[in-house]
Design a protein around this ligand. Structure first.
Ligand SMILES: [Zn+2]
Length: 179
């Protein structure tokens, strides 16, 4: 299954803006210059957001740049921000995790002394709790580093309900837990 979560590479997401402005201009040529101006302003904002995210990551020691999440939504994030990503579940949020996969993940976490794992606002966290318990059995304390937005943003009308706010919140949560 292809990974749809392209919005987690802010530099790629920024490339969609011009495309949308071009299409809108095709439909409504009278307002083309307005669309293009707005698109340029937004692209600039997103480019600086991307840079901000890259420097935020620098606070995390290289050995801790491992993101373990409930479902496999952060491959674009992984590539863009130099992380290693491991997920309990696949790209789909409905498939269950196998016992063998859970064992492998536990061993990886214990071996690499990973401090925190992340839950997601849109995915149930039963598997996450199970993983914490199996790390405990190997005398490794794994904590929940916080909730990440993966397939949904925050409530409309709040900062977390915007793309920029949602990305910033995720980075804050990740840096705080792993630095
Ligand atoms: Zn997803």
């Amino acid at each position: 299954m292809p990974d749809p979560h392209v919005w987690f590479d802010v530099s790629l997401w920024a490339m969609t803006v011009k495309l949308i402005a071009d299409r809108l201009s095709d439909f409504d040529p009278e307002h083309a210059s307005e669309f293009i101006d707005n698109a340029n302003a937004l692209s600039a904002k997103l480019e600086s957001l991307h840079a901000e995210c890259q420097s935020a990551i620098a606070e995390i020691p290289k050995s801790q740049r491992v993101l373990i999440t409930a479902h496999d939504a952060f491959r674009y994030f992984e590539r863009a921000y130099g992380f290693q990503v491991k997920a309990i579940q696949g790209v789909s949020t409905v498939a269950a995790a196998s016992t063998k996969h859970m064992e492998e993940l536990t061993n990886f976490i214990v071996e690499h002394k990973i401090k925190a794992i992340f839950v997601e606002t849109s995915v149930p966290d039963d598997n996450v709790k199970q993983l914490i318990e199996s790390c405990e059995k190997q005398n490794h304390k794994l904590v929940i580093g916080g909730k990440l937005f993966s397939d949904a943003m925050g409530k409309p009308g709040t900062t977390d309900g915007t793309y920029i706010g949602m990305i910033r919140r995720n980075f804050k949560t990740i840096v705080k837990a792993l630095k």
